[in-house]
Design a protein around this ligand. Structure first.
Ligand code: TXA
Ligand code: MG
Length: 336
């Protein structure tokens, strides 16, 4: 595997690998992506192979301008252009009807395709240089936490892909907000992300939060609108228990547990007189988003077997953090 920097000469190597149908991990502002030319079926099949991803879980195509969106999708509602103007480049993914120039392997056989214009200088340059939409899921092994550094990508993908481009730590740290269009001026959020429902409501009349997102119930497979939502996700090897309590009740809960090699994951401001082993993941929802996946990976590196995580509030970006945590916890939630 080639380890590349963001220098112009290294990006030319990345681009020529992509043009030859190879898979290259690239930084985005959300998480690292495992990229291939979306119009090349063989190249895309290598993504599924490297990740061990089920064939019915569709990929996002990454574009660098609206011309690309028009070239590969159709029946684009006017609200999509409004959203693009407000949130692109950025962590918002829109599901649109696809044209035939996107092979069905990209979309897991669906007649829609997920489209995003990322906001990362390296990613933007590479898409423009190839002139192709790049299909890219998060660059982790299927089911494990998404990678937010090149090191995480190497840990999961060494020997399985052609190259990784190191763009440092991802700014957002959680995957994009995924939306689908429902009727006139109405969108449904299928996956919460850094772009919050409140932000979307400033641009779209009607914003529906899919009930699978905020619910603490295991989603029913036949109710899942986005194939990715039915798979266990973001899980470290450690058992994760999500504890929905204030810090005093959280301490009481941990004091009653007898598991060996356990650790707590709490907020920065919780640490005073905290009597058990702990790690922290920031104090604001934005910091929690940025740090969460790295901390889940860190827990595994330290050999932790059980991780008690203090749950964030499901507000703003906190909704996205909560959504990833409840899946990491396999819906194991503690609340008095
Ligand atoms: O921030 C991100 O979105 C990152 C970076 C690399 O861009 N990518 C990412 O991709 O998270 P991935 O493949 O890990 O997640 C894509 C999600 C999955 O839950 C998938 O099921 C859903 O989008 N999806 C893709 N195409 C879809 C479609 N046509 N209809 C419904 N859901 C779709
Ligand atoms: Mg993923």
């Amino acid at each position: 595997m080639n380890f590349l920097s963001g220098s112009d000469s290294d990006l030319e190597i990345a681009v020529s690998l992509l043009m030859c149908g190879e898979v290259v991990a690239l930084p985005t502002e959300t998480v690292y992506g495992l990229a291939a030319d979306a119009t090349n079926e063989t190249a895309v099949s290598k993504i599924f192979e490297a990740k061990g991803r089920p064939a019915d879980n569709p990929l996002i195509i990454h574009i660098s301008d609206l011309e690309m969106m028009k070239k590969y999708t159709e029946d684009i509602p006017s609200v999509a252009y409004r959203l693009a103007e407000n949130f692109w480049p950025g962590p918002l993914t829109m599901i649109l009807p696809k044209k035939n120039n996107i092979p069905s392997i990209v979309t897991g056989g669906l007649d829609t395709v997920a489209v995003r214009m990322p906001d990362n200088e390296i990613m933007k340059k590479v898409i423009s240089m190839t002139g192709k939409p790049l299909a890219a899921p998060s660059a982790n092994l299927s089911g494990s936490p998404s990678p937010t550094t090149a090191r995480h990508v190497i840990d999961d993908m060494n020997g399985k892909i052609s190259a990784v481009v190191d763009g440092g730590e991802c700014r957002v740290g959680l995957e994009s907000t995924v939306i689908t269009f429902e009727g006139y001026d109405s969108v449904r959020i299928l996956r919460p992300g850094f772009i919050t429902p409140e932000q979307l409501r400033k641009v779209v009349d009607d914003v529906i939060i899919d009930k699978n997102i905020s619910s603490d119930e295991v989603p029913e497979v036949n109710e899942v609108r986005s194939p990715g939502m039915k798979y266990t996700h973001y899980s470290p090897r450690a058992r994760v228990v999500l504890v929905r309590e204030g810090i005093e009740m959280f301490k009481k809960y941990v004091s009653e547990q007898t598991e060996q090699d356990s650790c707590s994951l709490i907020f920065d401001y919780d640490t005073e007189n905290f009597p058990f082993k702990y790690m922290t993941y920031g104090s604001t929802p934005e910091e929690q988003a940025q740090q969460l996946f790295a901390k889940l990976r860190e827990a595994d590196r330290l050999g932790i077997k059980t991780l008690y995580v203090r749950a964030p509030r499901k507000e703003g970006v906190g909704l996205a953090v909560y959504n990833r945590l409840i899946r990491a916890a396999g819906y194991e939630v503690v609340e008095s």
